[in-house]
Design a protein around this ligand. Structure first.
Ligand SMILES: [Zn+2]
Ligand SMILES: [Zn+2]
Length: 259
């Protein structure tokens, strides 16, 4: 990820409140809007982020730039409010509470370049690795707005895939469906107050889920995080979402297409 810290683009105001629970939701995608904005050199991107910050603080009265991250057409990810800060961009309390806001620096008449989409995907993967939930929503899912424009809206509704399916350097390639190894024969579950289930089978499942892009440790211990990932995965695959790895959930971890 080509990351531009606040100090590098010249942030001048605060980062906003810390009341956010992004694990309950995920990432909301925005655009800047307002005509044609792209086709300029990258040197103009930091000044643009500064002017958005200035508008949000002085024009809107917010505590800082509304977005957690901003992505330019050149694929750079600018740190806005950053991690662990409540966004002011979603226009709904639940949206701001449960979702990080990522803004594409494009207007409503601009195409979404491959570099931009890869940058947004970098931002999403980064936020997920820091605890954001799996949901990716367009701003218009929260309130009536044209944001993030039809191109990005369509892309988000497809799950925000990388253009051409190419993973960014350093990320594991999304794994293809493959035959599942035999189910280990015991149900992997997490029960509060009971001894944690451990073993090579747990580790095998965790490694498989990591290869599919989920963020969890492959430590061979089936704890609350494993159960959460399991439940989210089951929901995605329309399996009974009980957080228990039984034969169907085990098989789906290998045979279901990665989405
Ligand atoms: Zn928006
Ligand atoms: Zn740029």
């Amino acid at each position: 990820m080509k990351y531009v810290k606040r100090s590098a683009w010249g942030a001048r105001y605060g980062r906003g409140p810390t009341s956010i629970t992004p694990s309950a939701g995920g990432v909301a995608v925005h655009y800047e809007g307002g005509g044609r904005l792209t086709g300029k050199p990258h040197s103009t991107c930091a000044p643009r982020v500064r002017s958005i910050e200035s508008f949000h603080v002085n024009g809107r009265g917010w505590q800082g730039i509304a977005y957690n991250l901003l992505v330019c057409e050149h694929g750079y990810v600018f740190e806005g409010r950053g991690l662990g800060r409540r966004s002011a961009a979603q226009g709904s309390n639940t949206g701001n509470q449960n979702y990080y806001a990522v803004c594409a620096l494009i207007g409503d008449k601009d195409p979404a370049s491959g570099a931009l989409l890869n940058g947004i995907r970098d931002a999403i993967d980064y936020l997920r690795s820091k605890g954001a939930g799996r949901a990716i929503k367009p701003h218009r899912a929260f309130v009536s707005t044209s944001c993030p424009g039809s191109a990005l809206n369509g892309w988000v509704s497809k799950g925000a895939p990388r253009p051409g399916g190419k993973p960014s350097p350093g990320k594991p390639a999304p794994s293809k469906p493959s035959p599942a190894p035999k189910w280990p024969g015991r149900y992997l579950r997490y029960t509060t107050g009971k001894a944690l289930i451990r073993g090579a089978d747990v580790k095998q499942w965790q490694q498989r889920m990591r290869a599919r892009g989920w963020s969890l440790d492959a430590d061979g211990v089936y704890g609350p995080r494993s159960a959460d990932v399991c439940r989210d995965f089951q929901r995605e695959k329309r399996l009974a979402a009980d957080g228990v790895v039984g034969p169907d959930t085990w098989r789906a971890a290998w045979s279901a297409p990665v989405t």
